[in-house]
Design a protein around this ligand. Structure first.
Ligand SMILES: NC(=O)C1=CN([C@@H]2O[C@H](COP(=O)(O)OP(=O)(O)OC[C@H]3O[C@@H](n4cnc5c(N)ncnc54)[C@H](OP(=O)(O)O)[C@@H]3O)[C@@H](O)[C@H]2O)C=CC1
Ligand SMILES: C[C@H]1O[C@H](OP(=O)(O)OP(=O)(O)OC[C@H]2O[C@@H](n3cnc4c(=O)[nH]c(N)nc43)[C@H](O)[C@@H]2O)[C@@H](O)[C@@H](O)C1=O
Length: 325
């Protein structure tokens, strides 16, 4: 695949041995919980998980001791400091430091303790603010980043490069996937620090139950975003663990984009809010557009299944059963 095909390693099958030890870091989060659901459905019987309280992945010696005692054969890096545009803009030190610490500790300890394969998850924010659309993998490091999330993006770029460096120097099967904006069960519904989709779900729901006349939505409504249901991402993660072994990171997207205004209108309908939308243009828009080109993953054989409409309806059902007060 691409100019770096010579870095494809002959990796062992992931799906052949469902009793293999698989460490899913960040298993209580949006992504990690979806990966655990998927692996459990597939019959994996030896998943290793640790909550943040049980194992702080920023602590190098604790992480080394954990890997030395558990020796996972496969590792998925879904633990990270994650948040939406406001959180990224407000806590730049946390976003760069915590992410560099977690990923460095996990990748290095996994290698030194004999893991066969590791998958690192980055994000579409690694690409330049004005990257060509749809964004191909080779747009990485071709221009300035979006300022609201450059600290997080730099950490994620370092993660990709770390996987590549270990691959080149140690012939170790470390791969990277770059998901687009995700949503689904176990998302973060914090009113300020979350991503747009869970933030709006909560705000519309609260407005509906409180009979509010309007809901405030940030920015101008014009930015375009590509959304992928987290169950599709979990499917892609398993697919990549089984089928992909290469130096290049792979984009993981739905291929469909909507404006924030269209997202807000769909959310209003799904939740059943009947008031008005009010735009707060003092809030940042962020990147104007970030549709990823996921044709490389499609060429290996993976495609998404969940439409945004179905995904919103299902996630709102989950929200009503699990989150609402
Ligand atoms: N959500 C999205 O839209 C997107 C996410 N991604 C990527 O997917 C991955 C997972 O994101 P997502 O599931 O949304 O994030 P969440 O915030 O939902 O989950 C992150 C998980 O990491 C754990 N974690 C954080 N810090 C530590 C720590 N120091 N030690 C141990 N565990 C820790 C959290 O535990 P706790 O809650 O207890 O702190 C939580 O379980 C990230 O790499 C992210 O960059 C990529 C693109 C889009
Ligand atoms: C996954 C991705 O997520 C982040 O980048 P982002 O795509 O800009 O994320 P976002 O979901 O927060 O915003 C998308 C758009 O939506 C608008 N918007 C409207 N109303 C609300 C609102 O209520 N909350 C939020 N958060 N945004 C809102 C908002 O103004 C913006 O125009 C980074 O963490 C980045 O690092 C990253 O990887």
């Amino acid at each position: 695949m691409g100019s770096q095909d010579n870095n494809a390693l002959s990796s062992s099958s992931f799906l052949d041995d469902k009793s293999a030890k698989v460490f899913v870091s960040g298993h209580r989060g949006l992504v990690g919980s979806a990966i655990v659901r998927k692996l459990t459905q597939l019959g994996f019987s030896n998943l290793i998980v640790r909550s943040h309280a049980e194992l702080d992945l920023t602590r190098q010696s604790d992480v080394e001791a954990f890997f030395a005692s558990t020796k996972p054969e496969f590792v998925i890096v879904a633990a990270a400091k994650v948040g939406g545009i406001h959180a990224n803009n407000t806590y730049p030190a946390d976003f760069i430091a915590i992410n560099l610490q977690i990923q460095t500790n996990v990748i290095d300890s996994a290698y030194h303790n004999g893991a066969k394969k590791l998958l690192f998850l980055g994000s579409s924010c690694i690409y330049p603010k004005f990257a060509p659309q749809p964004i191909p993998e080779d747009a990485l490091l071709t221009g300035p980043l979006e300022p609201t999330n450059e600290w997080y993006a730099i950490a994620k770029i370092a993660g990709i490069k770390m996987c590549q460096a270990y691959r080149i120097q140690h012939k170790w099967d470390a791969i990277s996937g770059m998901p687009t904006n995700l949503y689904g069960p176990n998302d973060n519904f914090h009113p300020e620090n979350s991503h747009v989709l869970p933030a709006l779900m909560r705000r519309f729901h609260e407005a509906k139950v409180n009979n509010a006349k309007e809901v405030v939505v940030w920015g101008t409504g014009s930015p375009l975003r590509e959304f992928l249901h987290v169950d599709d991402l979990a499917d892609a993660v398993v697919f990549m663990m089984e089928k992909y072994s290469g130096l290049e990171h792979l984009n993981v997207g739905s291929g469909k984009e909507v404006t924030i205004k269209e997202l807000a209108e769909s959310m209003k309908e799904v939740v059943g809010f009947e008031g008005d939308l009010v735009w707060d243009s003092t809030k940042p828009d962020g990147t104007p557009r970030k549709l990823m080109d996921s044709s490389k993953l499609a060429a290996v054989g993976w495609t998404p299944k969940v439409s945004l409409k179905d995904g919103l309806v299902d996630t709102y059902k989950w929200y009503l059963q699990n989150v609402k007060q």
